[in-house]
Structures are given as structure tokens and as C-alpha cells.
Design a binder for this molecule. Structure first.
Ligand SMILES: [Zn+2]
Length: 171
């Protein structure tokens, strides 16, 4: 067995293990209410942000089951479609911020759902992206923790944001 092949096997094994343990976690404990997470990438003059938020934190209930709750879910989608409800970028960066999509995923066999928000922002002066302000905490009073994984160019970092700390410093 060559060294390269052995490494491939080892990596494949660990990735599969990771995927399985994450699945297992999801089944046992769907998600933590009050906590969301986000992934942000700044690359080639463009910012891309993805948010995962529990239905409970957005709607105040696990998942819509009645027509009234469906209406509330639609109203929440409309609110989250406004990028300013989620994220505010420095004006100097001259970004064209747009929400690409807001999806609500719910599982029929559980009383949970999850909102998935994707924001795209090509920026005229990306070097001026010194920080991001998460207006999301004002929009969603139930949100207490946001774990953020972010990548700028080749550097990956993570941060924990909260209603007391809504600004992420990027550089
Ligand atoms: Zn839930």
C-alpha cells in the first residue's frame, strides 16, 4: 500500500465517522433553541453568508402546522428576505447586499423546523469589510447565541456572537 493511498483511506474513514456522528447527534438532539450558526466567506471581492436558525427562534413555535402558523412563517420569510434584518455591512465596502434565498425545512415526524438564509454581497471595496454587524439579534429576540465560522481569503476563524456582542471584527 502506498503512503498516499493509506492517507486517502484514513481521511475517508474519519470523514465518514464525522458524518455519522453528526447524524446521530441530529437525531438525538435536533438543535438547540436559542442558538444558531452561520458560515461566512469573503473571497474574490464577494461576501457569502449562510445562516441556520431554528424555527422556534424565528417563529416562537417549533414548526408551522396550522394555516395561521403558515402565514406567520411566510411573514418571517419576508422579514428575513430583507438583508438588513440579518446583517449590516460597512458602507465603505460598497457592497450590493442581496438575500439569495430563505428556506424553511421541517420534518414531519418532529416538532422542529429550521430556517436557512443565504446572503450574497459583491463588494466594490472589499478591503473595507473590517467588521459585520449582526442585526439578526434585534430581529430575533429569542436568539441568544450565534456560532460563526468565517473564512477571509485563506484564513479560517470562528466566533461566538450574542445580543451583547453583535459585531464580528474581520480584520
Ligand atoms: Zn426545534
Amino acid at each position: 500500500m502506498t503512503k498516499a493511498f493509506a492517507l486517502t483511506l484514513a481521511l475517508g474513514f474519519s470523514l465518514a465517522t464525522f458524518a455519522r456522528s453528526e447524524d446521530a447527534m441530529r437525531q438525538e438532539d435536533a438543535h438547540e433553541h436559542g442558538a444558531g450558526h452561520a458560515e461566512i466567506v469573503v473571497q474574490d471581492g464577494q461576501l457569502l453568508a449562510e445562516f441556520h436558525l431554528t424555527g422556534a427562534d424565528v417563529l416562537g413555535f417549533g414548526r408551522p402546522t396550522t394555516p395561521e402558523q403558515e402565514e406567520q412563517a411566510d411573514a418571517a420569510k419576508t422579514l428575513l428576505m430583507q438583508p438588513g434584518s440579518v446583517l449590516i455591512l460597512p458602507e465603505a465596502a460598497n457592497c450590493n447586499v442581496a438575500t439569495a434565498s430563505v428556506d424553511l425545512e421541517s420534518e414531519d415526524d418532529s416538532n422542529h423546523s429550521e430556517f436557512h438564509v443565504v446572503i450574497e454581497a459583491p463588494c466594490g471595496a472589499p478591503d473595507a469589510l473590517t467588521h459585520l454587524d449582526f442585526s439578526l439579534f434585534k430581529t430575533l429576540q429569542a436568539l441568544h447565541d450565534l456560532d460563526v465560522d468565517y473564512v477571509i481569503g485563506d484564513d479560517a476563524s470562528e466566533a461566538k456572537l450574542s445580543p451583547e456582542q453583535t459585531r464580528l471584527k474581520l480584520r
